[in-house]
Design a binder for this molecule. Sequence first.
Ligand SMILES: *[C@@H]1O[C@H](CO)[C@@H](O)[C@H](O)[C@H]1NC(C)=O
Ligand SMILES: *[C@@H]1O[C@H](CO)[C@@H](O)[C@H](O)[C@H]1NC(C)=O
Ligand SMILES: *[C@@H]1O[C@H](CO)[C@@H](O)[C@H](O)[C@H]1NC(C)=O
Ligand SMILES: *[C@@H]1O[C@H](CO)[C@@H](O)[C@H](O)[C@H]1NC(C)=O
Ligand SMILES: *[C@@H]1O[C@H](CO)[C@@H](O)[C@H](O)[C@H]1NC(C)=O
Ligand SMILES: *[C@@H]1O[C@H](CO)[C@@H](O)[C@H](O)[C@H]1NC(C)=O
Ligand SMILES: *[C@@H]1O[C@H](CO)[C@@H](O)[C@H](O)[C@H]1NC(C)=O
Length: 695
Amino acid sequence: MRASTKHRFCSSILCLTLLTFFPLATSKDTLSSTQSLQNNQTLVSAGGFFELGLFKPGTTSGWYLGIWYKNIQETTVVWVANRDNPISNSSSATLKIGDHGNLVLLDGENGNITWSSNETQARNPIVQLLDSGNLVLRDGNLNRNGQKDQFLWQSFDYPTDTLLPDMKLGWNLSSNLDRYITSWKSTEDPSTGDFSFKLDYRGFPEVFLRNKQSITYRSGPWNGERFSGVPEMALLDGLQFNFVADSEEVYYSFSVRSNSESFYSRLIVNPSGELQRLTWIESRNIWNKFWYAPKDQCDYYRECGPYGICDSNASPVCKCLKGFEPKNLQAWDLRDGSDGCVRKTKLECSKDKFLALGNMKLAESGGAFVDMNMSLEACKKKCLENCNCTAYSDARISDGGGSGCAMWTGELLDMRQYAEGGQHFYVRLAASELDGDGKTKRLIMIVGIVVGIGILLAGLALCFVWRRKLAVMNRGRIEQKGPNERSQDFLLNGVVITSKKESYSGERGNDELELPLLDFNTVAVATDNFSDENELGQGGFGCVYKGTLVEGEVVAIKRLSKNSGQGTEEFKNEVKLIARLQHRNLVRLLGCCVDMDEKMLIYEYMENKSLDSVLFSEAKRSMLDWQKRFEIICGIARGLLYLHQDSRFRIIHRDLKASNVLLDGELTPKISDFGMARIFGRDQTEANTRRVVGT
Ligand SMILES: *[C@@H]1O[C@H](CO)[C@@H](O)[C@H](O)[C@H]1NC(C)=O
Ligand SMILES: *[C@@H]1O[C@H](CO)[C@@H](O)[C@H](O)[C@H]1NC(C)=O
Ligand SMILES: *[C@@H]1O[C@H](CO)[C@@H](O)[C@H](O)[C@H]1NC(C)=O
Ligand SMILES: *[C@@H]1O[C@H](CO)[C@@H](O)[C@H](O)[C@H]1NC(C)=O
Ligand SMILES: *[C@@H]1O[C@H](CO)[C@@H](O)[C@H](O)[C@H]1NC(C)=O
Ligand SMILES: *[C@@H]1O[C@H](CO)[C@@H](O)[C@H](O)[C@H]1NC(C)=O
Ligand SMILES: *[C@@H]1O[C@H](CO)[C@@H](O)[C@H](O)[C@H]1NC(C)=O
């Protein structure tokens, strides 16, 4: 204590000495009312964590007064004073304490005020940049010790896009001060952007991410341990989250528990509207995206409408609560759940019952009623007595169970269900929906029998149709004719592409396949007569060449070997399948070529070749960081999900391996090579495989 006083005394002497000779020593953390900060001078917090000064982001022309991390090379600005009012000429800018005890930023010769803080009554105001990154204005006459929070003004009350540790996001209700973060307009433009993250203190308080006025995501109410919509918050080490809701204040904040001084963590709204928690990885000199939102479809606000529950592990993601049905069935079937659900049975007030749902994100709670002292049992009773009450839950959860009471009235909005995490939520339903009384049971039984018989009949009918189709297909194969039956030739960008009405799939009728047919000469020219330089690789059924069409388009050409016994069948299979499949994560078939016994497939060309060529190459491996690898895995999974479930046919690849996953210029994975695939018709649950194939 004494030592630190002495130290401070010494440094004041030092400052005084320096002041005599220079207008300002460049690294100090305080400005008195007689001093000013000019041009490229900066304030540095006592521990050297943060720096305040003028900066010019990216290629913009304006200068801004901001605070950034002193120790991080890549300038990371955490606060901007004049974000909407840049200074054009930094050499004439001045920061000082103004006549009204406030901090002012002056621009230019005329001394115009570009930005100022709130006015204060202090007689000897001083400005200090603290180690927390907080720029404060305090009364220099008051003893610093024991006056910790008596700031006349602080930058923490006027956040930019960043929430730093111990900074409050939320309200001081007595002064009506609302602190919230707003994105930069772009990464190079600090002016106020469209996205904000702002706490709503009404009801059961929660925080909303907004794009201008419209909500895009909500955190869910604070349940004592975490936000109801962020179950993973419980797992974060090194960080501690705080939420205070009393008569004076409602706010959220976090603090760093780690002992390491250089453990930096910040929460931002980025210019494209994503909420991100970034942590500094010192060894690699990068900001790592530790957490973000919205994360999945179910994070998007009101994805499934009133009384809809979103479950990102289900497909489709929206479902209605038990006892509810889709309001707009047509849109619902097209997977637009935003109209939500309606009750099947009207509520009967005191006779109603409650349906317990587990692992939930609580419904939107701005209108909810909260009593921290009530038990859950009393909560249920109170909810039952109020005919407007539609749901209730614990207001706080903890390991041993919950406490308190939160009650919802009116529609229940923006709920989602997690595989784990989440909390209990009790929804009011008409008693008959829960009991399943005699009448509905009988109805269900009758419906069940009718549906069963229907399925049986439909199955038989499909079987019949399938057999006939097979017969037609076989005939079609035999009848297939030479290339001179092309019905239509047309010139496209100088390349003759012949389209043929006759489909090569062998399937007829509605499913006619129209795919550009290239003639053999075009392909030969494109690949320089199948030269070795253009060979990309050797596949299971032949060679793959790189080709350049006359108009410059680069393609990959798979030339099936003539002697491959299975060639024709596999070829037809592949053409038939791929031509109908369109998905971001599948290789697109652009055309094909059939000439005498030559069969070729023309695909889009993938700059980065196959996944294994990148993965197992010393030189290229570094292209794939963990984030990228994760994205690739997700992409492959999406492609497979499409093949298995979402496409018109049910397709099993049967030879999925790294060399069959291609990467385009942006490293988007694309599954290729369906030669081995077989159709599983929707009406078939099982198919016979005669050969042992694939990986
Ligand atoms: C500050 O600006 C002056 C001229 O405006 C320049 O000479 C000086 O090198 C700058 N100092 C630093 C530390 O950038
Ligand atoms: C900026 O201000 C300085 C000092 O007032 C002046 O000398 C200089 O010409 C100005 N520069 C521009 C581009 O206006
Ligand atoms: C400064 O203020 C004066 C008078 O208020 C105005 O005419 C002038 O354009 C201002 N200058 C700048 C650079 O904003
Ligand atoms: C403080 O200044 C801000 C603008 O910087 C303003 O919105 C706010 O109303 C002021 N508060 C008071 C108490 O004057
Ligand atoms: C809230 O604002 C009032 C009025 O400005 C102030 O007196 C009080 O200290 C503030 N409360 C907190 C917790 O900062
Ligand atoms: C809740 O209980 C605490 C102590 O048990 C009491 O101080 C507080 O006033 C109660 N709050 C309400 C809203 O009844
Ligand atoms: C129920 O809602 C209706 C209409 O919204 C309102 O008039 C009535 O006062 C409410 N009843 C209770 C007990 O809150």
